[in-house]
Design a protein around this ligand. Structure first.
Ligand code: FUB
Length: 327
């Protein structure tokens, strides 16, 4: 089998996107979306992302061959879901692996579900219903050092976050005016069994260096989708996609629920409209997992998961990565 290399597709026999990477049992496990080819519509609603199952990938280390463990969960086995298995994440707690995933419910509204397995590669058994009170897309779960677990989620446009500003689904709602604060991702602490929220999701505040909210018109910095939270030297780093400006950027907080202070860019734009990432430490090196559309020559819904090293400066800021630069 082929060895894995930085900035190269981890697998080429299927298209994969939205990688959530974790170290479980001393190995790297990647929980991606599984992109499907089709001739359906492509639009701002994200209809082109018509995924139906999840395949989990693993590597013994970043130079080892990447193994596809096959189908771990399929749409047909999720009682509440109708279509579009988008970006998932996984967590380990209570001697159990949890797969968190968004999908449209039978009314076409994105919800977030959970499925469990004794193994990091599944197969995963879904719960009968989605997590009560969940909505929108792109769950990312941080199990903190004290054992408390937090889910971060939310995405604009196809991800429907604008439609939840009142707390209930408003099908015709649009985002805030350009000079209003941008919408933030949501956070909810998970119950000890990881199957429900402890409280209604709260909006996370992302502010600039003066403590002023990032505005909706500030498309180089405002939140769009794909949150990820990791800890470095005791501080919480929230990273996310800016959507229309195609960057992965980050903000830092002393608390897992914010407010987060904007810091800078982690990843410059990749080939393709979407950009989606995760950050993980393996042994003593930090890695950024991301995707692009180079293998499909730019077809937005045929993406490939890659990784590269991530480096911090002495003050805790992160060095910006050029996905097509040296190294
Ligand atoms: O893969 C479908 C959607 O595209 C994800 O949920 C977003 O983060 C974007 O990558």
């Amino acid at each position: 089998m082929k060895h894995s290399e930085p900035n190269k597709p981890l697998v080429t026999h299927i298209f994969t996107a939205d990688p959530s990477a974790h170290v479980f049992e001393g190995k790297l496990y990647i929980y991606p979306s599984h992109d499907l080819d089709h001739n359906g519509p492509s639009n701002d609603n994200g209809d082109q992302y018509a995924m139906e199952d999840y395949h989990i990938l693993s590597m013994d280390d970043p130079t080892a061959p990447c193994v596809d463990h096959g189908e771990a969960l399929h749409l047909r086995d999720i009682p509440w879901a109708s279509k579009q298995l988008w970006a998932p994440d996984a967590a380990y707690k209570n001697n159990t692996y949890y797969l968190f995933f968004p999908a449209r419910d039978k009314n076409g509204i994105f919800r977030i579900g959970v499925a469990t397995s004794p193994n990091p590669t599944g197969p995963f058994t879904p719960e009968e219903n989605y997590i009560p009170g969940s909505f929108s897309i792109d769950p990312a779960v941080l199990v903190d050092d004290d054992g408390r677990a937090y889910m971060y989620f939310g995405g604009l446009w196809g991800g429907q976050l604008e439609k939840w500003q009142t707390g209930t689904f408003q099908p015709d709602a649009t985002g805030p005016a350009p000079t209003e604060p941008a919408l933030g991702p949501r956070v909810a602490e998970l119950s000890d069994d990881m199957l429900t929220f402890k409280h209604a999701p709260k909006e996370i505040s992302i502010v600039d260096e003066h403590g002023q909210p990032i505005l909706a018109c500030d498309e180089d910095r405002r939140y769009f989708e794909g949150p990820w939270v990791h800890k470095y030297n005791g501080r919480y780093y929230l990273s996310y996609s800016t959507g229309t400006t195609h960057k992965i950027v980050y903000a830092v907080s002393e608390s897992p629920q914010g407010p987060f202070v904007f810091k800078g860019t982690i990843l410059n734009p990749v080939i393709g409209w979407t950009t989606h990432h995760s950050i993980v430490q393996f042994r003593d090196t930090w890695y950024l997992f991301y995707h692009d559309c180079s293998l499909s020559n730019g077809v937005d819904h045929k993406r490939s998961v890659k990784y590269t090293e991530l480096h911090y400066n002495e003050d805790g800021t992160i060095q910006t990565i050029d996905p097509y630069g040296e190294g």
